[in-house]
Design a protein around this ligand. Structure first.
Ligand code: EPU
Length: 421
């Protein structure tokens, strides 16, 4: 893996506006869903980031022809030539599991490498596999260890109750059911906006999906999917990260091209700490800064507070007077940013799945190492408020999910340099 380091010279006052890119976690399943159509499909607003490049690479290996220009990607899969996603790709991006459902539905056979270990904890896929089995797939995990080999002469509509909420699981089964024979009812679905955007995109390709945005999704299977053009929704986690950046003392930053409704769980929490926001149709900025926090946050499936903003919120809470707690309920190893923040001067304790943040602490520029995408973002935020130079080792992770983050932040006053070695 490429070794990137980021150097941040802090503290910086951020002033101006920053525009949010298209959503990584909507674009990933939408790229995978293009497998269902034999005709060219266009996605607009696709972020130019590492995880997306890995997905496009996987689709090209299956036989898709891809034309991309800026954030517009046109894909066409006339014929599946190699129904395999190799372990090289699934090591880089766990989202390659999203290829399983649509590839099996289109081709009757799919061989997809099991997603590799993950730095944020267990990320099981048993619900994806159980759902596909109920639809009539045979799943073989033994013939070629490390691979899922799925086959089905046809997939049938099914009534499936997810035992627990899963984002990519809901997406995988929705894509498979869109091309299955008969009606599928998926119950206890996750309701993240990225899943709704995928459903809207699938419908624009000819699918028949209702109950979009609810826990019960109904899908009438179709044989043929046509050409379409779809615009990916703005990335709510990128928007939330910049909104958190705008909350630090001395900053005056407007977050543009976002959907403020998707950030409600974050603004609700910050309002409890005394913040006030000006919320427009597609933009948001801080009207008044909160000065004391004694807040308790639980990460939850949407519409609850997202696990993907937990690390970034932690950095903000180190800068506000008071004792706050965050309980991580989605993943079992997502506190690896804490040790690095403490190195910088934060006072955070971990107790089981809870972090206890004692604010307000001065942060000093330090040499830190990141382990995952959102932890990287939390360290960038810390580097922006810390005094002196912060070097973030392994920050390749950051570019898996944030389009041009260095350019965007530098344009509003940050001093960030990428060092590639
Ligand atoms: N789970 C199971 N069995 C399954 C599926 C999930 O037990 O078959 C458990 C997981 O182990 C986890 C929980 O359910 O404890 C939630 O996992 P989920 O399947 O919802 O996560 P995911 O679909 O793998 C997506 C995002 C993540 C985000 C989570 C939670 C994409 C490509 N990834 O992952 O995004 O954290 O939902 O919202 O959509 C990120 O962008 O940084 C990121 C990690």
């Amino acid at each position: 893996m490429k070794n990137f380091r980021i150097k941040i010279n802090g503290p910086s006052a951020l002033r101006g506006s920053v525009s949010v890119s298209g959503s990584k976690n909507a674009a990933l399943p939408e790229l995978a869903a293009t497998i269902l159509s034999r005709f060219p499909v266009v996605l607009e607003g696709v972020p130019d980031i590492e995880d997306i490049r890995a997905m496009i690479n996987a689709l090209q290996k299956l036989g898709s022809s891809v034309k991309s220009e800026k954030n517009r990607v046109e894909l066409s899969l006339n014929e599946v030539t190699t129904p395999v996603v190799s372990s090289d790709i699934s090591k880089t991006s766990r989202a390659s599991i999203l290829i399983l459902g649509p590839l099996l539905a289109r081709n009757g056979y799919a061989k997809v490498a099991l997603p590799g270990g993950c730095d944020i904890g267990d990320r099981r896929i048993n619900y994806h596999l159980d759902g596909l089995k109920k639809m009539g797939a045979e799943i073989d995990l033994e013939s070629d260890p490390g691979y899922i080999i799925a086959s089905a002469s046809k997939l049938n509509g099914v009534d499936y109750l997810f035992p627990g909420k899963t984002v990519t699981g809901t997406e995988n089964l929705m894509m498979a059911a869109a091309a299955a024979e008969g009606e599928t009812i998926l119950k206890n679905c996750a309701t993240e906006p990225e899943i709704s955007d995928l459903a809207i995109f699938l419908n624009s390709m000819g699918a028949e999906i209702s109950g979009i945005g609810t826990e019960v999704i109904k899908i009438s299977g179709k044989k043929d999917f046509h050409s379409t053009t779809h615009s990916v929704i703005p990335d709510r986690i990128e928007a939330g990260t910049y909104l958190i950046a705008s909350c630090f003392e001395g900053n005056d930053l407007k977050v543009e091209n976002c959907n403020p409704a998707h950030l409600k769980s974050l603004t609700d929490i910050l309002e409890k700490a005394g913040f006030l926001f000006s919320i427009g149709e597609k933009s948001i900025f801080v009207l008044k800064r909160g000065s004391e926090a004694d807040i308790h946050v639980d990460t939850e499936p949407f519409p609850g507070f997202p696990t993907d903003l937990q690390a970034q919120l932690t950095t903000l809470l180190t800068q506000i007077t008071g004792k706050s707690t965050i309980r991580e309920n989605i993943f079992n190893n997502r506190f690896r940013h804490v040790i690095e923040l403490n190195k910088m001067g934060a006072d955070i304790e971990i107790s089981g799945n809870k972090s206890i943040i004692n604010g307000k602490t001065a942060l000093n520029g330090s040499y830190v190492r990141t382990t995952d995408l959102r932890a990287s973002a939390s360290l960038v935020l810390a580097g922006l408020v810390a005094k002196g130079e912060t070097v973030i080792e392994n920050s390749f992770q950051l570019f898996r999910g944030y389009e041009k983050i260095d350019e965007k932040l530098n344009s509003v006053g940050a001093e960030i340099v990428i060092m590639r070695s």
